[in-house]
Ligand binder design. Structure first.
Ligand SMILES: [Zn+2]
Ligand SMILES: [Zn+2]
Length: 230
């Protein structure tokens, strides 16, 4: 009797395991009443609400205070790069849920050969849960804002929180857009495909822990030598 020869893993089996993972993920993690557009709408409402409140409380900032915007932008770009490289792709004590959601779920739900969602229920595999965003607002923005107000001025604190929140929304919208279907209008925005391509490269499982950690603008990838422009 001949022993059964296991076929070498090729593109077909890769596709099969992706589809199996997607089915399991949807059954386990996506509730029957989950609505991706509602999820996105709640994140946007929370984020835009925080930004609107900050703008409302701003009081004639000086030009020096306005510099908070580019400084926060660059810091956020670094935080995105470092958070993605060190917490999302390596299990860190206390942040295991971030590693699980990203490396073990997001990177198995989407491969460089299969980047698109099938329906808006799959937004669940891309967007951060609203509860986590609300937690970060309270646990991160409030103390950092209070510290900045004490060290510098209330205007600096408000510009810092507003820019940080705008950066986060930009991150979520861009990341979601990369995973939308190829006939979606966002793919026709000039220059969009260049950014999308960098993220597609990052979804190659062989290099995901080493290249293209910026989801938005590859500034830190460029500085740190992790930019892969294939
Ligand atoms: Zn992705
Ligand atoms: Zn990643």
């Amino acid at each position: 009797m001949h022993a059964k020869v296991k076929p070498a893993p090729g593109p077909a089996s890769k596709e099969d395991s992706l589809q199996t993972f997607r089915q399991d993920y949807r059954a386990e993690c996506v509730g029957p009443r989950y609505n991706g557009l509602l999820h996105l709408g709640m994140s946007l409402t929370l984020g835009l609400g925080v930004i609107a409140a900050c703008i409302y409380w701003l009081n004639a900032p000086s030009w020096l205070e306005w510099l908070t915007i580019p400084a926060t932008f660059l810091y956020a770009n670094f935080a995105e790069w470092a958070g993605h490289k060190y917490a999302m792709h390596r299990p860190v004590k206390g942040l295991g849920f971030v590693y699980k959601r990203h490396s073990l779920q997001h990177h198995r739900f989407f491969l460089d050969t299969h980047m698109q969602i099938d329906s808006n229920k799959d937004y669940r595999a891309v967007l951060f849960p609203v509860s986590i965003v609300a937690f970060f607002v309270v646990a991160f923005f409030v103390p950092v804002g209070l510290l900045a107000a004490w060290l510098f001025s209330p205007n600096v604190a408000l510009l810092l929180v507003a820019t940080g929140m705008a950066y986060y929304l930009n991150y979520e919208l861009l990341h979601l857009s990369y995973h939308l279907k190829e006939d979606h209008w966002v793919h026709r925005i000039p220059g969009f495909t260049r950014f999308a391509r960098l993220h597609t490269t990052h979804h190659d499982q062989r290099i995901m822990a080493h290249k293209n950690f910026n989801i938005t603008y590859p500034i830190m990838d460029w500085i740190m030598g992790t930019w892969d422009r294939r």
